[in-house]
Design a protein around this ligand. Structure first.
Ligand code: URA
Length: 486
């Protein structure tokens, strides 16, 4: 080792102390300490590395430099990468911080080995956090002071504290704990408390809800849509051991070919569906089936003249969202604002919808949002255009577009927002109370749930009723999100 410099040991108080790392790194950079002279350690590891050091005060190897704020592109990745369990994460981040002073554009060089490694670590952490939000399964535990929910989870990285706010937001009215080997977190309804890791033997293994959840999982498992590779990619096997539904997967998979064959052979059961809402035999049906991607489908929708609504609306409003969206929402029809902007759910009802997604931490960009009817139906009143409910003929005329959106996106779950959407999806007049809280089947076989239209919440005059309905609406969407695996 170069005798000119002595090593400086920096011991962080915990493995996920990102803020502490940045504070220490800023001080070191201000001293001009070069990355090779720093040895980072965490908690107990510090003691084990004591003999590396000669005990002399740190020797600056770089010229003292004025503080420079690291670019956001670095900070975004580093905040996550520092939660990785890799032992080189602090060296890497400090080296990059140091290099960024001389090379401020370094982060745009994706081929640089340090930049590439930072990106790799950050991605792994993001994935681990996502898996934790998706696969934690709480079990109910009766206590002297009421019900508590406890989950056991085994993350790969130091993500418990960083992921806890997600659970606090989602389960704010429950008391819960998530136990993991590295750290535990508890929410008592008021504050989050972090603690050391736990032993799996302290975690409960079953509860009364579990049987219900397993029955549910069995019921929504669609053998005709089974894609084992995609399923294990999304839900890696290492998580299965802590998921009550996991031991159903093998028998359901084995039975899938026979069940899918049975489904194909079965005659359609709902005669009323065909009689009432047979898709219009119009240009729309032909053009819809020809569109083989969402962009060409949207272009065809824009030219639709299958019913009279096109004569008065500004434009047709196709659905929007990614082609592989696991979750699709179907509203009624564009409103005044949507008609002008050409995008679904951007007006007042859209704001309610967006608030629900935000509350549940669902990114709108990840879901597909559409309408049963693509043109705005309204009645002119003075300067205003007053929304008018679409009729059966308009719903039927638009049905081919909606069906094709479903065929292209193939969502894992569709949510009908309101009775018009439920009617369009089920092909029969459908009062919402008849279908809410049930899982039905949308065209193409995707499971479907139904909830109120967001504009219903806007119309409720009573504040308490509004609050109660809002809660139910959130529950419905949350359930849909869970079923879709998003
Ligand atoms: N209401 C709907 O049903 N859809 C929209 O896009 C906007 C309001």
């Amino acid at each position: 080792m170069n005798a000119l410099f002595s090593l400086q040991r920096i011991a962080l108080s915990g493995p996920a102390e990102v803020g502490e790392f940045f504070d220490r790194a800023a001080a070191l950079l201000a001293q001009g300490a070069s990355p090779e002279t720093i040895v980072w350690s965490v908690g107990d590891e510090a003691a084990a590395t004591g003999n590396l050091f000669c005990g002399e005060p740190p020797q600056p190897m770089l010229a003292e430099a004025a503080p420079v704020a690291p670019p956001a592109a670095f900070m975004d990745l580093a905040r996550r990468a520092l939660l990785h369990s890799a032992s080189d994460r602090h060296d890497l981040c400090y080296r990059l911080l140091s290099r960024l002073r001389a090379q401020p554009r370094l982060m745009s060089n994706a081929a640089d080995p340090d930049v590439a490694r930072l990106d790799l670590l950050a991605r792994a952490v993001r994935r681990d956090m996502h898996k934790m939000t998706a696969f934690v399964r709480f079990r109910s535990v009766p206590t002297e002071t009421g019900e508590e929910f406890i989950a056991w989870f085994e993350p790969d990285h130091h993500i418990v504290a960083a992921t806890a706010p997600f659970f606090r937001k989602r389960f704010s009215s429950m008391r819960w704990s998530i136990l993991t080997p590295r750290a535990c977190v508890r929410w008592d309804g008021v504050r989050l408390a972090l603690g050391p890791g736990a032993d799996k033997r302290n975690a409960p293994t079953g509860d009364a809800l579990e049987a219900l959840w397993r029955t549910y999982f069995g019921a929504i498992f669609n053998p005709a849509r089974l894609n084992l590779k995609a399923m294990t990619r999304e839900m890696p096997k290492k998580y299965w051991r802590n998921m009550p539904e996991a031991d159903l997967i093998a028998p359901l998979t084995r039975a899938a070919p026979a069940r899918a064959a049975e489904m194909l052979a079965a005659a359609p059961t709902n005669a009323r569906r065909a009689a009432t809402y047979k898709p219009a035999d119009s240009a729309a049906a032909g053009a819809a089936s020809e569109a083989d991607d969402l962009a060409s489908l949207a272009a065809s929708i824009k030219t639709c003249t299958a019913c009279d609504l096109c004569r008065f609306a500004t434009q047709a409003v196709p659905g929007e969202g990614p082609r592989d969206a696991p979750l699709m929402f179907v509203g009624e029809q564009p409103g005044d604002e949507e008609d002008i902007q050409g995008r679904p759910f951007v007006g007042p009802a859209g704001k309610v919808f967006a608030a629900a997604l935000e509350r549940l931490e669902i990114e709108r960009e990840k879901v597909f949002v559409s309408n049963a009817v693509k043109h705005f139906k309204f009645e002119p009143r003075g300067k205003k255009r007053i929304h008018k409910k679409p009729g059966a003929r308009e719903i039927a005329a638009c049905n081919p577009w909606l069906h094709r959106e479903l065929e292209l996106v193939k969502p894992r779950l569709v949510v009908a927002l309101g009775a018009t959407a439920a009617t369009a999806l089920l092909g029969r007049a459908t009062p919402l109370r008849e279908v809410r809280n049930q899982t039905l089947e949308a065209p193409g076989g995707a499971p479907m749930r139904a909830t109120v239209h967001p504009s219903y919440l806007l119309r409720l005059p009573d504040r308490d009723a509004k609050k109660a309905e809002w809660r139910l609406f959130l529950q419905d969407i949350d359930e849909a999100r869970r079923l879709s695996g998003l």
